[in-house]
Design a protein around this ligand. Structure first.
Ligand code: ZN
Ligand code: ZN
Ligand code: ZN
Length: 139
């Protein structure tokens, strides 16, 4: 099943009304390979000649977040969204504090640590974010 099929099957099961606007927002999130913020979704849709205002996008994102279709990544300047962990492989984020870019880290950094805490219990899930300065901002 493609990621699009998975997402739209999930929407159907959630019994929320899938509007044209919502579909446009979801497709933009799926196409974006990194977490995306409302303003960028707005710009992309506008470039594609879709008329939708920013507050509608915010409302849709809140809705999608409430049914756990997307995860929110909170930063100082804005909140970014990506498909939730049930649709994406497990990964972590590196956020640049200079340019606010979020970079996906595909490799799990703490997997090796998890086995060392087995005497405490069985870990089910974890998440963490790394703050730093990206390569291009270091120049
Ligand atoms: Zn940067
Ligand atoms: Zn991510
Ligand atoms: Zn991990």
């Amino acid at each position: 099943m493609s990621i699009n099929d998975k997402v739209y099957t999930y929407i159907q099961k959630s019994h929320i009304r899938l509007t044209q606007h919502m579909r446009a927002v979801i497709d933009t999130i799926i196409e974006s390979k990194t977490p995306i913020e409302a303003k960028s979704i707005y710009t992309q849709l506008k470039d594609n000649h879709k008329s939708i205002d920013l507050s509608t996008i915010h409302r849709i994102l809140e809705k999608l977040h409430s049914i756990q279709l997307v995860d929110a990544i909170y930063r100082e300047k804005a909140t970014s969204y990506e498909l939730s962990s049930q649709f994406l492989p497990h990964h972590h984020h590196f956020t640049c504090s200079e340019c606010d870019t979020i970079i996906d880290i595909d490799e799990c950094l703490i997997d090796p640590l998890l086995s060392s805490i087995s005497h405490i219990g069985k870990p089910i899930s974890h998440s963490f974010e790394i703050q730093g300065i990206c390569k291009s901002c270091q120049k």
